[in-house]
Design a protein around this ligand. Structure first.
Ligand SMILES: C[S@@+](CC[C@H](N)C(=O)[O-])C[C@H]1O[C@@H](n2cnc3c(N)ncnc32)[C@H](O)[C@@H]1O
Length: 238
């Protein structure tokens, strides 16, 4: 495996969950050297989370917004891919910044797939980013895995149903993404499975309004979309 060196390329750059100190040195170097840095945003005049992080970590870097309108995913992705393809055709290196890691639940993968359809020979690379659950583990003092324990990463956008299979195995840690809205129901499900003890939630990690709490203490009301839960393996005692 050789180090990516293509001059014209699309690079998905993970910028971590929120704290600019969690941008890697590689991410900073790629952002500083890119011809253009693109950031997803909900509107042309809205500063997205990833842009906010880059502004703090790399103050001299100019950022262009790509609008991803709510409920219009396909045309937003097509629009972003068209911008990228125009840049690639002009020989540019384009960095697309994304929260956390670009290879985990990121819009970057959809944009990259569309770009690949349009320009199959284009170089597409990624720079890994620190994920929200790693920051939550560090900030809450939670050991996620030990020895032969396993990890399930699940989403709970539509409710806690997706948790059931993951909770079946007491030696498995469970990380829950996209479940902030359903935090009260998630807490009930964890309690029913005997897994509420030690479960922690981190909301808006590294961002204004950040909160870290035991799920049992925070489950009286929904949390933000940017909330992550860690359920440590139940069979282990710390
Ligand atoms: C679309 S996914 C993005 C995941 C991201 N690519 C990663 O690697 O962490 C969004 C989910 O990531 C989690 N997340 C991302 N940033 C977060 C933050 N600052 N605080 C808490 N959770 C966060 C939340 O569970 C949120 O619902």
């Amino acid at each position: 495996m050789t180090e990516p060196t293509a001059s014209s390329a699309l690079v998905g750059v993970g910028v971590g969950p929120g704290d600019p100190e969690l941008l890697t040195l590689r991410a900073v170097r790629v952002l500083q050297r890119a011809d253009r840095v693109l950031a997803p945003s909900s509107a042309v005049d809205a500063v997205g989370r990833a842009e906010t992080i880059v502004r703090q970590a790399c103050p001299g870097v100019r950022i262009e917004r790509l609008v991803f309108a709510m409920g219009d995913a396909t045309s937003s992705i097509d629009g972003a891919a068209a911008t990228v393809v125009a840049g690639l055709d002009a020989g540019e290196r384009l960095a697309f910044v994304t929260l956390g890691d670009p290879n985990v639940y990121s819009t970057f993968a959809s944009v990259a797939a569309r770009v690949h359809q349009l320009r199959p020979s284009a170089a597409i690379e990624t720079v890994p980013g620190i994920m929200a659950f790693q920051e939550l583990a560090a900030r809450s003092g939670t050991v996620v895995l030990q020895h032969t324990e396993r990890l399930a990463l699940v989403t709970a956008l539509d409710g806690p149903g997706a948790l059931d299979a993951a909770l079946d195995d007491p030696t498995q840690a469970v990380v829950i993404y996209k479940g902030g809205r359903h935090l009260p129901a998630v807490a009930k499900r964890l309690a029913a499975a005997g897994r509420l003890d030690g479960a922690v939630v981190g909301e808006l990690l590294g961002l204004p309004g950040k909160r870290i709490a035991l799920v049992g203490d925070a489950a009286g009301s929904p949390a933000a979309y940017l909330a992550t839960v860690i359920v440590p393996p139940g069979a282990r005692r710390r």
